[in-house]
Design a protein around this ligand. Structure first.
Ligand SMILES: *Cc1c(COP(=O)(O)O)cnc(C)c1O
Length: 492
């Protein structure tokens, strides 16, 4: 029964039950005697671990997994997250023993295949963005932003330009943008942005000798292409600042347009979004940071180098320390290596033409869904969108309902909710991103589910307000869940 509540694994516990039996120890017991440890660190009681059989564990987690909504079970139109289907071949390749079991401290000469893969991935990302060099270290988009902002800070510092303390961020930006700039030590200034993109007059007002960088997302987070990015770039460059590209939305333009050609100097990409790694529930991800040629010396080190020696059949690869102007390491070892393998597999499997098709279908699918919904749930901005669009949840207000209610009701119909209440500049925002991997039939089914909810809302708004009724957990008190979450099991 997938709908019965699942007890905690602790509640399945039976004293003495175990999932495995270890052989008798046949070497001297080397455990540190308790007398050698500080008394304050010693437990008084054994830990209350669940005592369960292997079958108990398998059934428990299998039942839990069946309660989850996943891209493998249904449409997941979560805007800005690019919840596309992740081909299983990527996982199979990442699980190859030579990748999965490589010791991260293996010497370079025993890891040539792996270094070759990383080097080719760096080259592919350069080709797709127009940047000159990449570091694969950052472990997520936000981490790539932080690395990029540290690079911007280093660039100005090395030039002795200490007055450049301001990073300008449009109001539509993802919350990680101002956070990353602030963490890198900058003062963050917000300027307005909307369907037409960033407000150029507001930008001009900050384009002075204190401007360090402008952070832009293109297409932006309301799903519109920033057609004036090149103008913004000129304004920023003439003032002596740098232009940062938040690449989370690359799925809309991959294979068609390159951030470097729009004038961007630094960028990060979310490999787990555009280049297909499962990333619901938070990770792991990868947020490589790329730069134009003269900024490469500020990238995190060590840097991967390729050597082609005359007379040698294959190139050699080695890590080299970054120069004194680098920002230093931002993560241990190779970054989230197995995410990088998945991205490499995806890029190689698609090829240039395949990636062009990805962005083409992503944009087509979003526009198709927007048009299907228009009569019942109009778009907030009435124009063609890129890979995602914002529907105007304010149409629910006359019925006494909110965007939230529609999202909850979608769960009852087997769909994941769209992103809601983001970006903050659009009231009652419902941001749909179907991605290129959904079929026409799946998109039409999602549109029918929304229509069904709107019809139910007109008939019986109370029923929609009580949704979801068919999920393992119904409406929770969100304020209490956020402020006083119960995250720890206390044995009774
Ligand atoms: C997802 C996202 C980020 C942050 O990326 P993470 O990998 O979640 O850290 C930044 N900007 C935009 C526009 C995003 O959608």
């Amino acid at each position: 029964m997938p709908d019965a509540p699942e007890p905690l694994v602790f509640e399945l516990s039976q004293p003495g039950r175990t999932a495995l039996r270890l052989p008798e120890i046949d070497v001297p017991d080397a455990a540190v005697p308790a007398a050698h440890l500080p008394a304050a660190t010693l437990r008084r009681d054994p830990p209350a671990l669940p005592e369960v059989s292997e079958l108990d564990v398998v059934r428990h987690y299998t039942r839990l997994s069946r309660k989850n909504h996943a891209i493998d079970t249904g449409v997941y139109p979560l805007g800005s997250c690019t919840m596309k289907y992740n081909p299983k071949i990527n996982d199979a390749l990442a699980a190859l023993p030579g990748f999965a079991h490589l010791h991260p401290y293996s010497p370079d000469h025993l890891a040539q295949g792996v270094l070759h893969l990383l080097w080719e991935l760096e080259q592919a990302l350069c080709a797709l963005t127009g940047m000159s060099a990449f570091s694969l270290q950052p472990a997520a988009g936000a981490h790539g932003e932080l690395a990029g902002m540290l690079i911007a800070a280093q660039y100005h510092r090395v030039r002795g330009d200490s007055a450049r303390r301001t990073v300008v961020v449009p109001t539509a930006a993802h919350g990680t943008n101002p956070a990353s700039a602030a963490m890198a030590g900058f003062d963050v200034v917000e300027i307005p942005s909307g369907a037409d993109g960033v407000d150029l007059d507001a930008l001009r007002a900050h384009a002075d000798a204190t401007l360090a960088a402008l952070m832009l997302t293109n297409p932006n987070t309301v799903g519109m292409f920033e057609a004036r990015a090149a103008v913004a770039a000129r304004i920023v460059h003439e003032a002596g600042g740098l232009l940062y590209y938040d690449g989370a939305n690359l799925n809309a333009i991959v294979g068609r347009a390159r951030p470097a050609d729009m004038g961007f100097d630094i960028c990060h990409l979310n490999l787990h979004k555009t280049f297909s790694t499962p990333h619901g529930m938070g990770g792991p991800g990868a947020g490589p940071v790329g730069v134009r040629a003269d900024l490469a010396r500020h990238l995190p080190g060590p840097r991967l180098r390729r050597f082609d020696r005359p007379g040698e059949r294959a190139p050699r690869f080695a890590w080299e320390p970054a120069g004194p102007e680098g920002i230093g390491r931002v993560r241990a070892l190779y970054g989230n290596f197995l995410v990088l393998v998945r991205a490499y597999a995806y890029i190689r499997a698609c090829g240039g033409e395949g990636l062009r098709a990805v962005s083409g279908h992503a944009v087509l699918n979003a526009n198709y869904l927007m048009e299907l919904l228009r009569p019942i749930l109009p778009p907030a901005y009435d124009r063609r969108c890129m890979h995602e669009f914002i529907a105007d949840g304010r149409v629910l207000r006359p019925l006494g309902l909110r965007a939230l209610d529609l999202c909850k009701a979608l769960l009852d119909r087997g769909f994941h909710a769209p992103t809601m209440y983001f970006p903050l500049i659009v009231e009652e925002a419902l941001m749909f991103e179907p991605t290129e991997t959904e079929s026409r039939q799946a998109i039409e089914a999602l549109a029918r589910a929304v229509a069904d909810i709107m019809a139910e809302a007109a008939r019986d708004a109370e029923a929609v307000r009580e949704a979801p009724r068919h999920t393992p957990v119904g409406r929770v008190d969100e304020a209490t869940a956020a402020r006083r979450p119960v995250l720890r099991y206390t044995p009774r």
